[in-house]
Ligand binder design. Structure first.
Ligand SMILES: Nc1ncnc2c1ncn2[C@@H]1O[C@H](CCC(=O)c2cccc(C(=O)O)c2)[C@@H](O)[C@H]1O
Ligand SMILES: [Zn+2]
Length: 353
């Protein structure tokens, strides 16, 4: 909500190009995507909550002093989601916001443990997200897939519960494609989650932990070697380790970069210091993502504008960036080819005299 984060420096026609560009979003959190309107509406239903009921006041509420403060605020919003109907509405509205930005495909990170421990029935939870997924695809044409993540700081009980919900054939939703790990990294070493990732991978899920967002490169190495990460959420601190950058480039392990998020949570001091350009120079496949867009006063379009400025990209460069996300996605090959072709057609039409 902090509007100083919105990138006003990119040329206007580049903004218009980005707005129409077909895109894929690979790193966006379910609860973290709730629009100010939805958050305010849910807060009004629950007067015991400290979350403001006025969408305007949310801008201040969503200004963070550090990463721990961000997680505190995030959990106060998680507390507002109490019924399967809340879950269905949130998911459907998130899809609507994505569709508005020409997002054709999104992998949404969901933390089912946070909902089941707050008393939402697990079957009703799965039905709610699946109903919303199917409605969104039919009505908006946006394909949604799920990543179930362990909230690492909630301990191994949360890892066990997340692995169970993700691998039990009677529960696991059709849209589930990957398994993740989020929350604070400090004091939450990645290797302890290996058995849960092993189970998820054995059940056919892709491994996509957050790593190196708020801790150093060793966390990223751990995510690669212990959790068999196929993509890295953030990976910001990889910039400190040339060997790691070379490894990511050689093995084509994409980074899910979320520039504005890193500034808003104070993981990176200023946007000028963001390592995005160093990743590209090292040959790493980077994707651009929004993480928790309304909480960070951003959206995916704005993240592309920020990336265009940091990388000095024109329309063709932006189209390549959008195609990186398609390449790095867990869509099937025909699905990837369809969106890539759409990006090419759009770009050619835009640049035609
Ligand atoms: N930028 C981010 N970087 C990392 N994660 C991010 C980011 N944005 C959003 N998240 C989400 O925050 C959750 C954290 C939840 C958590 O720590 C916790 C701890 C104790 C209890 C409970 C509970 O629910 O009772 C939850 C993660 O699972 C993740 O999905
Ligand atoms: Zn994240």
């Amino acid at each position: 909500m902090t509007d100083h984060l919105v990138d006003a420096d990119a040329p206007r026609d580049l903004h218009a190009f980005i707005a129409g560009l077909p895109k894929a979003e690979l790193h966006v959190h379910h609860v973290g995507s709730a629009s100010p309107r939805i958050v305010a509406e849910l807060a009004a239903r629950h007067p015991d909550s400290k979350v403001p009921t006025d969408p305007e006041a949310l801008a201040d509420y969503f200004t963070f002093t550090d990463f721990a403060h961000f997680i505190d605020v995030y959990l106060s919003v998680v507390d507002l989601i109490r019924t399967p109907e809340d879950v269905r509405l949130l998911t459907y509205e998130v899809a609507r916001d994505l569709a508005r930005q020409q997002v054709r495909y999104a992998e949404l990170t969901i933390t089912p443990f946070s909902s089941t421990r707050r008393g939402i029935d697990e079957r009703a939870f799965m039905e709610a997200i699946e109903d919303a997924r199917k409605a969104a695809e039919a009505e908006f044409g946006t394909v949604l897939r799920w990543c179930f993540d362990i909230p690492g700081e909630a301990g191994l009980e949360s890892a066990e519960e997340t692995a169970r919900l993700a691998t039990d054939d009677r529960l696991r939703p059709e849209g589930l494609v990957s398994f993740g790990l989020g929350g604070p990294e400090i004091g939450v070493p990645r290797p302890q989650f290996k058995p849960y990732f092993d189970r998820a991978i054995a059940a056919g899920l892709h491994s996509v932990p957050h790593a190196g967002e708020t801790t150093g490169p060793q966390t990223i190495w751990d995510a690669l070697t212990e959790l068999r990460a196929e993509r890295i959420g953030h990976g910001t601190s990889a910039a400190q380790d040339p060997k790691l950058l070379a490894h990511l480039a050689e093995h084509r392990i994409p980074l899910e970069v979320c520039p504005t998020s890193n500034i808003a949570t104070r993981a990176v001091r200023t946007i000028e210091e963001h390592p995005l350009a160093r990743f590209v120079e090292a040959g790493v496949l980077v994707t651009i993502n929004s993480d928790d867009p309304p909480m960070f006063g951003t959206d995916l379009d704005n993240e592309y504008a920020v990336a265009a400025r940091l990388l000095g990209l024109d329309e063709r460069g932006l189209a390549e960036l959008a195609k990186n996300a398609v390449t790095a996605s867990f869509l099937d090959e025909p699905g990837k080819a369809r969106i890539a072709a759409e990006i090419d057609t759009y770009t050619a039409g835009w640049l035609a005299p």
